[in-house]
Write a protein that binds this ligand. Sequence first.
Ligand code: PRP
Ligand code: ZN
Ligand code: MG
Length: 210
Amino acid sequence: MLRLAIQKSGRLSDDSLNLIRECGISFVNSSLKLKTESTNFPLEILFLRDDDIPGYVADGVADIGIVGENVLVEEGKQELVVERLGFSKCRLSLAVPKGTDYTSLQDLQGKSIATSYPNLLQAYLQEQGVEAHIHTISGSVEIAPSIGLADAICDIVSSGSTLISNGLREVERIFKSEAVLISNSNLSEEKKEILAKLMFRVHAVQRAQK
Ligand code: PRP
Ligand code: ZN
Ligand code: MG
């Protein structure tokens, strides 16, 4: 039995479940159960917070996982990637309140920026030679400017509707991301065989979509 970790609720959840279903893998899914077993393939599915998935896969608590590259790179675990999946595309962007004057990144010099991606943001600011105070929070980042917590935010943008709903304007795109399949590096032979069968089906699904 191979253990797959996917996001419990969020941008990747539906796309991840759809991929598994398109692979012909059946399972019963209730929104309250955090673990389910396939009825026709040796796969167990764990529903977790996306931020926890790279760590669980690295530690072998889960064998494989589907997660956004954004989370993976932030946590410095790129070496776990097996394959890019081509869905749940998004970007990590800087945004400011829509009334704020902004002409270049220099405008954020000395300002405070709220984000759940301090490492990616710090690397970008450093490369661009801008110093700002990074305020790390784990969620609802888009609310930060309106409650006086920060001057700007750095968060994931997909459709852009969360930004608009919170009166924010995207000003810089700093990282492009999509869903990736990750794997623990010490899988047993048996688990490697199951993963190979799964990947065979994933590739067939991807080919059919082209
Ligand atoms: C991101 C981000 C916003 C949303 C933006 O969350 O934090 O909540 O997506 O999407 P939109 O541009 O389509 O409105 P994500 O799903 O990455 O998960 P999270 O709950 O772990 O932040
Ligand atoms: Zn998250
Ligand atoms: Mg979010």
